[in-house]
Design a protein around this ligand. Sequence first.
Ligand SMILES: [Zn+2]
Length: 342
Amino acid sequence: MTIARELIRAKIEGQATNLDWLWQPSAAAEIRGYLNRLTATRSRAVDILGIEGMAAVAYFGALADTPLLFGKRQPVPDHWRKLGQRHSTITGTPRGAVTPGNALLNYLFGVLASEIAIALHARGLDASLGTLHADKDDRASLAYDLMEPARPLLERYILQWLREITFSKRDFHEDIQGFIRVMYPLNAHLAITAALWRGIADSLAQWIYQRLSGEKTALTVPDAHLFARDAARRALRWSVGRALQRPIPSTCLECGRVLAKRRRKFCSDQCARDWHGGKPFGAGLAAIAKARADRAAASERTATPVHRNPSRPSRSGRRCPAGRRTATRRCERGMRPRSGRG
Ligand SMILES: [Zn+2]
């Protein structure tokens, strides 16, 4: 049971860190109070889970008002615009989300659970034998146990992301019972974040492997700050070298559609106009339109075929330094040698 206690301790510490980050000191202090109770409690799964549950209620209570941004003219129900309570009003458990925010959390937790299960299998451990979660046929209980300390990291990732993104109504589907599903392509983007969780899953699996083989290894969850820095570095790589695809692209502030490469805030001029209250902010837009028209006209001019006689030596050819093959060849084709090369 010490394993279970360590897992829950790391989770509650992570939750308190997240609340510090969100400037909610009173809620963070309340959550830290549960750490003392965790130390004092008996080593039974029921007791440990009871404390975990109380901490979770306080934690998600503090997060419930976190806003989700939808485009101004997106006709979505009011309860979509906040993260809401973690426990679904239909199932009474976190499963079966009734708000988009919780659907996002559930989706990412699923991704994380499968990453941990893979990491466990890679070490020859049976992912279905848990210490906290009861064993069920269709559940990788050990993976869910190990997920506990990593959950706050993932929640931090989502909270940070919610500040930046505008959703579209089409990103979610509410079925007739009220359950929310994450739709394509958003779900595909979320699935790509698996690469971010792989390292965490691996270190957790390594820890449990060492603990089960009798070593006294302390549980260290990758620090959220480190993680954030890593994410920033990755984001840089995504934008600069395009070495990796950025998992979740930016979206239009007005309609939530994924932005094309060159677009920064809005997918179209119409959306920009709508966002600014439908008022034509004339001069700027007119200037942009004129610049576009000019550029289009200019490119048309250059695209018209110019007849060149390949046998005629070019005038610039004379200026080519002798003996430089590439330059000479360029001259033969009637092109100027590149400046700076000779
Ligand atoms: Zn748009």
